[in-house]
Design a protein around this ligand. Structure first.
Ligand code: ADP
Ligand code: MG
Length: 242
């Protein structure tokens, strides 16, 4: 399996705070990696480094053939290949759902309006919101807005999708519909890395679980490792129900 993402001995500090302390892991094509761990363990920072939203001080990061650690990295090229979705969906309130989705394909990829509109309808259908193209974000529930944010990323036809706690701000009844979209994406072969507190989801969908603790990859393995932790830290984490 060829690696889409490869972190090797990555180091990152904020001032004297060592946030990533020799992080290494790989994600192969079509793989779904769930990154779990206590708050502050470095999960978001790791994700942000993969998309070059942070620079690193040591180690290497290869993503879809881009050397992300290289000072000469072309960030625009990298971000054509990598979609990222955050907890806050950040849709433009004055644009319709369709216009929100068309923005990047027309501006960044110079797609014609008609092609971008077709694409918008295609990705909206994939997230089950084909009927909402003409709506404004405020007319949608939080779960629906997050699905639009996912659709907006998909419209750039990324090779890799990153999700950082995309359901954390949602009510439990809206969480399920977003997880369903992510599960469909995974089943469709999308390579994904997701930071999540949804342990049941990680167990079910992830081909690989990366447990981070104090800026290190403490344990990594298939979803079943959550049932048989080999470190007391992961046992504690899983046992706490977080
Ligand atoms: P997690 O996502 O696992 O909760 P983060 O990667 O967000 O952890 O944060 C890890 C550590 O890095 C925390 O101590 C946090 O305060 C610190 N940190 C994250 N981002 C910044 C930043 N931009 N500036 C300074 N410190 C930061
Ligand atoms: Mg985080």
């Amino acid at each position: 399996m060829s690696a889409v993402v490869k972190l090797a001995n990555v180091h990152k500090s904020f001032g004297s705070n060592k946030v990533l302390d020799g992080v290494s892991f790989e994600v192969g094509r079509g793989e779904v990696a769930a990154v779990i761990g206590q708050s502050g363990s470095g999960k978001s920072t790791a994700l942000r480094c993969i998309n070059a939203l942070e620079t690193i001080e040591g180690g290497t990061i290869e993503v879809c053939g881009h050397a992300v650690h290289d000072k000469a990295l072309d960030r625009r090229n990298l971000r054509r290949d990598v979609g990222i979705v955050f907890q806050s969906y950040n849709l433009f309130p004055h644009l319709t759902v369709e216009q929100n989705i068309m923005l990047a394909p027309t501006c960044v990829k110079a797609l014609s309006k008609q092609k971008a509109r077709d694409l918008a309808h295609e990705v909206l259908a994939r997230v089950g919101l084909g009927e909402k193209a003409g709506h404004y974000p405020e007319q949608l529930s939080g779960g629906q807005q997050q699905r639009v944010a996912i659709a907006r990323s998909l419209a750039m036809q990324p090779k890799l999708m990153l999700f950082d706690e995309v359901t954390s701000a949602l009510d439990p009844q809206l969480t399920g519909e977003v997880l369903k979209v992510m599960e469909d994406l995974a089943r469709g072969g999308m390579t994904m890395i997701l930071v999540t507190h949804e342990m049941a989801f990680a167990r079910k969908v992830a081909s690989k679980v990366v447990y981070m603790h104090k800026g290190k990859v403490w344990e990594t393995g298939p979803g079943s490792m959550l049932d048989k932790p080999t470190t007391p830290e992961l046992a504690d984490f899983v046992g706490s129900g977080l």
